[in-house]
Design a binder for this molecule. Structure first.
Ligand SMILES: *[C@@H]1O[C@H](CO)[C@@H](O)[C@H](O)[C@H]1NC(C)=O
Ligand SMILES: *[C@@H]1O[C@H](CO)[C@@H](O)[C@H](O)[C@H]1NC(C)=O
Ligand SMILES: *[C@@H]1O[C@H](CO)[C@@H](O)[C@H](O)[C@H]1NC(C)=O
Ligand SMILES: *[C@@H]1O[C@H](CO)[C@@H](O)[C@H](O)[C@H]1NC(C)=O
Ligand SMILES: *[C@@H]1O[C@H](CO)[C@@H](O)[C@H](O)[C@H]1NC(C)=O
Ligand SMILES: *[C@@H]1O[C@H](CO)[C@@H](O)[C@H](O)[C@H]1NC(C)=O
Ligand SMILES: *[C@@H]1O[C@H](CO)[C@@H](O)[C@H](O)[C@H]1NC(C)=O
Ligand SMILES: *[C@@H]1O[C@H](CO)[C@@H](O)[C@H](O)[C@H]1NC(C)=O
Ligand SMILES: *[C@@H]1O[C@H](CO)[C@@H](O)[C@H](O)[C@H]1NC(C)=O
Length: 650
């Protein structure tokens, strides 16, 4: 795979890099960088997928990564790359990429540097790293070539054949560069990636649950490349860079097709494929690139809902470029039903019930070991009868949302929180960066039919007290333009309401472990009473714990020590099922008696020192009594249906 002409580093220089790079443990060392090989570093816990993934490193995450903008001519660059911690974090270091220089270690892309699957499983003392690989661009890529990264945490600079082609900041969003003028077709090309990711060590930034020193509800950080890297062939004249389709239940569609030439007004042809007979056109229309346009699909399309998640494949053609996408027709509203604000999908009040979904993996951390592993979690939840996940202060690969779209799982998408430090320490620059990344994350996810709500703040983490939730809610509302609802503050810190009596956002979201307080006239001291103006919602509850044997635990001393910080650890599985179902029954009672519209049970899986999952962290043991849980979940939906039936939808 690696071209032989790359020069070796002088031994002395290499020794210096190893020392500075903090490679201080007893991992194998090699006589020369050329001899380095990839090997799994045994994670503190494996999943059923770990060994298969590590055994076939040339074939990791082979799926096309961008389901909303698909082209046929592409190549995955995932696999074993060269790797080395950078000696320093300085502009000098970045200005001098290790061109034509073999690096000391091997990493499996796309797994976080700190993960076992990466083969590195260490944190860098400099918080900075170099990656290096080579790739061939086939002659068949006869026009332009784009280089895509699914996500790299946190600041990235990319070099192709020694040339700096661009930088990116933000650990959760995809980006690409047109590298046509930097590459050689039919021959090898060198790709070098510099990554700087201090997590919480130096300053505040969107980081979710990552911490350099993890403990209890905070986890090992994920640095570097953690989603698929690929190249793609695109036309040289003009190509599509984003397809934004927002389709409503009545068949109306708002479309914006962005292209590489953002000033162009090239005609766009859009063709909806029949969802049953894929050889038939259902509807077609035209518009103009880089200008929003609207149309109404005729005949009336089937709608998207959790029970019937119909999706329409769509072909979008602009000039020489033809790309595939899909959409689902659905309308989400906060609407008043018999005097009570409800979550209304396609005209029907819907009860959203599902887990707090962290999306962490003991072998890949932020990177699910495989597509199959990622989808396993969603299928497990769907099988228990849940219609919803709250994707908790993390963003997943686009394929996660595509799976939720096709499976019929509603997603409430959180913005990854900044560090939950004293909010008075947050600088204007940090706040501006949070707001910049919020904009981007919302814009890059609005077109997924399954995402029905965005969360801006979680439990006040990084939420400064000058009530930015007011202008951020306005901003997100402008971006989503009616296509999603907004949960401005999930849990407690409803400053705008407390200080100014302004009810911000579509939800009033209570967190209370263990007993829910969902749309109830009673709340504990930390919460504010239900205002009757927003959708009463239980954004977190449950969290009942049950310890397991060491074979299913994250085998880390600090994590095991923190297990007793789980507020309740039940002795037996019978006790755990009794307790968890008891708090779900409380949610059902509150749905019957008060104004509850859904709940988020903590959580899908155990994570590190948390032992409160439906599943253990390795996904090997399911704690739930399946029959009882299915009945309890069905009862929630039945109670809600009875509560809203016969009421007048206004
Ligand atoms: C080095 O760290 C500083 C402080 O966090 C950061 O602002 C800067 O971007 C980093 N430099 C590089 C070259 O990544
Ligand atoms: C890297 O090596 C290749 C092959 O020897 C050579 O063509 C290229 O110019 C070198 N690049 C740099 C920046 O030295
Ligand atoms: C294609 O690549 C060439 C060479 O870099 C560049 O000049 C041109 O702008 C690219 N085309 C588009 C549509 O960006
Ligand atoms: C389309 O845009 C209009 C105007 O912003 C908005 O009222 C409507 O709800 C949008 N429809 C969809 C499906 O997003
Ligand atoms: C359009 O392209 C110009 C030049 O590349 C850039 O400065 C501008 O920000 C782009 N506008 C949008 C809306 O992307
Ligand atoms: C829609 O596209 C997907 C992905 O290419 C394909 O698997 C599916 O069969 C298509 N559906 C129809 C009805 O053509
Ligand atoms: C708070 O606002 C609501 C309407 O938004 C109003 O009915 C109520 O009187 C206000 N309360 C106070 C204390 O100002
Ligand atoms: C949980 O189980 C592990 C190993 O099975 C044990 O070491 C630990 O002490 C237990 N912790 C609690 C709080 O029960
Ligand atoms: C958990 O156990 C440690 C000792 O192992 C103890 O210091 C700590 O107070 C305990 N915490 C709780 C919440 O019980």
């Amino acid at each position: 795979m690696l071209p032989l002409y790359f020069l070796a580093l002088a031994a002395a220089a290499r020794a210096a890099l190893l020392k500075n790079g903090g490679l201080t443990d007893d991992r194998p060392s090699y006589d020369s960088p050329e001899d380095a090989t990839y090997a799994l570093v045994e994670p503190k816990l494996k999943t059923p997928w770990t060994d298969d993934v590590a055994a076939d490193p040339d074939n990791v995450w082979p799926q096309y990564p961008r389901p909303l903008l698909r082209r046929d001519d592409w190549i995955s660059l995932n696999g074993v790359w060269e790797f080395q911690f950078a000696a320093t974090n300085s502009s000098d270091e970045v200005a001098n990429p290790p061109v034509n220089t073999t690096l000391a270690q091997r990493i499996l892309v796309p797994y976080c540097i700190e993960s076992g699957l990466s083969g590195i499983a260490l944190q860098s003392e400099t918080h900075a790293s170099w990656y290096r690989t080579s790739f061939e661009v086939p002659q068949s890529f006869d026009q332009n070539v784009t280089l895509h990264f699914g996500a790299v945490d946190y600041e990235t600079t990319i070099f192709v054949n020694g040339v700096n082609v661009g930088s990116h900041t933000g650990g959760y969003d995809k980006f690409f560069f047109d590298v046509t003028s930097n590459i050689v077709k039919g021959g090898f090309n060198e790709l070098i990636v510099y990554v700087y990711d201090p997590t919480d060590a130096i300053s505040n930034r969107p980081m979710g649950k990552q911490r350099v020193v993890p403990s209890h509800i905070f986890y090992v950080p994920c640095s570097g490349i953690w989603q698929t890297v690929s190249i793609e062939a695109v036309p040289s004249t003009e190509y599509i860079t984003n397809i934004d389709l927002r389709a409503a239940a009545d068949g109306s569609v708002n479309a914006t097709i962005s292209t590489s030439n953002n000033g162009s007004s090239t005609p766009v042809e859009i063709t909806f494929i029949d969802p049953i007979d894929g050889s038939q056109t259902f509807f077609s229309t035209s518009g103009t690139a880089n200008t929003p346009f609207s149309f109404k699909v005729d005949p009336a399309p089937a709608t998207w809902s959790p029970e019937s998640p119909t999706l329409y494949n769509v072909t979008v053609a602009v000039g020489d470029d033809v790309a595939q996408t899909y959409t689902g027709f659905r309308t989400v509203e906060r609407a008043t039903v018999a005097g009570v604000p409800r979550f209304v999908l396609n005209g029907n009040p819907v009860f959203q019930f599902g887990p707090l979904d962290q999306g962490y993996w003991p072998d890949g951390l932020h990177s699910p070991p495989s597509y199959e592993a990622m989808v396993f979690d969603l299928q497990y939840l769907k099988n228990l009868g849940m219609n919803f996940v709250r994707k908790h202060i993390k963003v997943e690969p686009d394929l996660f949302y595509a799976a939720a779209d096709s499976m019929g799982m509603i997603v409430m998408q959180d913005m990854p929180a900044m560090n939950n430090v004293d909010v008075s320490t947050i600088t204007d620059e940090e706040q501006a960066e949070f707001e910049r990344e919020l904009d981007i994350i919302v814009q890059k996810h609005t077109s997924f039919p399954s995402i029905l709500s965005f969360v801006i703040y979680n439990e006040g983490w990084g939420q400064i007290k000058s009530t930015p939730e007011i202008h951020l809610t306005d901003r997100v509302r402008e971006l989503v333009a009616g296509h999603q609802l907004i949960n401005s503050m999930s849990g407690w810190n409803d400053f705008a309401y407390q200080v100014f009596n302004i009810s911000v956002g579509d939800y009033q979201d209570n967190h209370h472990y263990s007993s829910p307080q969902c749309g109830t006239p009673f709340v504990s001291a930390a919460s504010v009473p239900y205002d009757g103006l927003r959708i009463g919602f239980q954004g977190e509850f449950g969290g009942v714990g049950h310890n397991v044997s060491i074979e299913h635990l994250w085998n880390d001393q600090e994590a095991i020590r923190a297990i007793n910080e789980t507020y309740e650890v039940d002795k037996t599985l019978e006790a755990w099922n009794y307790r968890a179902l008891r708090v779900i029954e409380e949610l059902r009672e509150q749905t019957e008696l008060f104004d509850c519209n859904g709940g988020v049970y903590t959580q899908t899986t155990d994570v590190e020192g948390e032992v409160n999952g439906f599943l253990t962290y390795d996904r090997a043991v399911s704690r739930v009594d399946e029959a009882e849980w299915k009945a309890a979940i069905a009862a929630l939906y039945e109670t809600f249906a009875a509560k809203v039936s016969g009421t007048q939808y206004l």
